[in-house]
Design a protein around this ligand. Structure first.
Ligand SMILES: Cc1cc2nc3c(=O)[nH]c(=O)nc-3n(C[C@H](O)[C@H](O)[C@H](O)COP(=O)(O)OP(=O)(O)OC[C@H]3O[C@@H](n4cnc5c(N)ncnc54)[C@H](O)[C@@H]3O)c2cc1C
Length: 381
């Protein structure tokens, strides 16, 4: 058992890495603990204007590098999954919205942490946390004990951080799966590769597609509830093969990667003793508004702001207090969006008619509120 670490970050996902960067720049020496990824994180995510603005405030150079390796998306196009009827569109105008490779994001964050010379990493998992004498005692999977004055747990919704802070609030699964796949630009029709997000609304299911990365690889996420006994691939094929415009996808994608979808769950209180949560550990939300990581960046931006005039324990508390209600509001909106996207018949037809009549204006005003930019201090170089 060594000396007590001032600040341990649990989890080396994008939230943990962004937090490590901010703490190092504020003069701390964070120790990041987490298993090294077995493979480079696959696929992509959409980073909307609020998340991008938070990243720019935290690390302007990194935000520019990420943008250079991403596809800037100009609009969201909404169509029916059955026959591709265009229901409406939302233009992003001057606001940044991009398809971002998860690998590029992770590599840039790791490199930025390493460049500070202040961030240490330990490749292991923590199996147990206890509170002890004003700090935390962390048990590694090798049976070693680490002491920490403060722990920022960014180890996701199923990690030990959340179990320690809110043991009663275990995330609950839904029956829905997100089936993920990527296709090279050359394997998709031209319309698919243009720089837009496409939302294809079906009956009790929807598909989202958008290009990402400089080469315009297309990311696909199909959300559905498989019939009992169906594999992910069977469920995707049976859903897509009935579409007159997306039937080709049933053949083009050989393997869909299933990810369970969870009910939204944002904790009211993100701190217990020396452990504070951030990122998906604190606010689990369905991916239907593409806000999960953007909200995590807003957590870390709030931490950076608080660190400018508070010590670490107070800054962590201030971040948690500032972000809990805001993240809960977005999570509720993501749940609502999910409910609308998985409507069955006849409600799905009414939804499509309404969207068609308003040309997406209903969705536009719903999203404008979600994409409100964070109020942050001046960017640091
Ligand atoms: C289908 C889908 C699509 C999505 N699309 C978008 C999108 O378009 N835009 C967007 O902004 N967000 C999106 N998201 C959400 C986004 O992926 C998450 O918000 C983001 O990955 C969360 O990052 P995180 O660092 O908080 O958690 P994670 O990425 O879950 O990282 C947690 C880390 O903690 C580590 N860990 C776990 N347990 C332990 C332990 N016991 N000890 C030590 N380390 C541990 C893990 O190994 C991992 O590295 C999507 C999510 C899904 C499922």
């Amino acid at each position: 058992m060594g000396a007590s670490q001032q600040c341990v970050i649990l989890g080396r996902g994008p939230t943990g890495l962004a937090a490590a960067l901010v703490l190092a720049r504020a003069g701390y020496q964070p120790l990041v603990i987490g298993p090294p990824p077995r493979a480079a994180p696959s696929g992509a995510l959409q980073l909307a204007s609020n998340g991008f603005e938070a990243l720019r405030q935290l690390a302007p150079q990194l935000a520019e590098q990420l943008l250079a390796q991403s596809t800037r998306l100009t609009e969201i196009e909404i169509k029916t999954l059955s026959d591709g009827t265009r229901l409406g569109h939302i233009e992003h105008g001057p606001h940044l919205y991009a398809g971002v490779s998860r690998t590029a994001l992770s590599k840039l964050l790791v490199a930025a942490c390493q460049n500070t010379g202040q961030v240490d990493f330990i490749d292991t998992s923590i199996t147990h946390i206890t509170e002890q004498a004003g700090g935390a005692r962390l048990l590694t999977e090798q049976g070693e004990i680490l002491l920490a004055d403060q722990v920022l747990a960014t180890d996701g919704p199923h990690g030990v951080g959340r179990q320690f802070v809110a043991p009663q609030q275990t995330p609950r699964a839904t029956t829905q799966l997100a089936l993920r796949a990527s296709l090279p630009k050359a394997a998709v029709p031209a319309g698919f590769a243009s720089p837009a997000t496409r939302l294809w609304l079906g009956t009790a299911c929807h598909l989202v597609s958008y290009p990402y990365g400089p080469d315009g690889t297309v990311n696909l996420v199909l959300a559905l509830t498989p019939r009992a006994g169906d594999s992910a691939d069977q469920a995707a094929r049976s859903q897509l093969s009935s579409s007159s415009v997306l039937g080709w996808l049933a053949e083009a994608v050989q393997v869909w990667q299933p990810t369970p979808l969870w009910q939204a769950s944002v904790l009211d209180c993100w701190r217990r003793g020396p452990v504070v949560l951030a990122g998906e550990a604190a606010h689990l939300m369905p991916p239907h508004l593409a806000q999960g990581f953007g909200q995590s960046l807003m957590d870390i931006a709030a931490l950076a702001e608080a660190l400018a005039d508070e010590d670490l324990p107070r800054a962590l508390s201030r971040m948690a207090a500032a972000r809990a209600a805001a993240a809960a509001r977005i999570a509720r909106r993501a749940e609502t969006a999910g409910e609308v996207m998985r409507l069955g018949q006849p409600a799905a037809s009414w939804r499509d008619k309404l969207l068609g009549l308003t040309g997406g204006a209903v969705l536009d005003s719903f999203l404008a509120d979600v994409w409100q930019l964070p109020e942050l201090p001046e960017a640091r170089s």
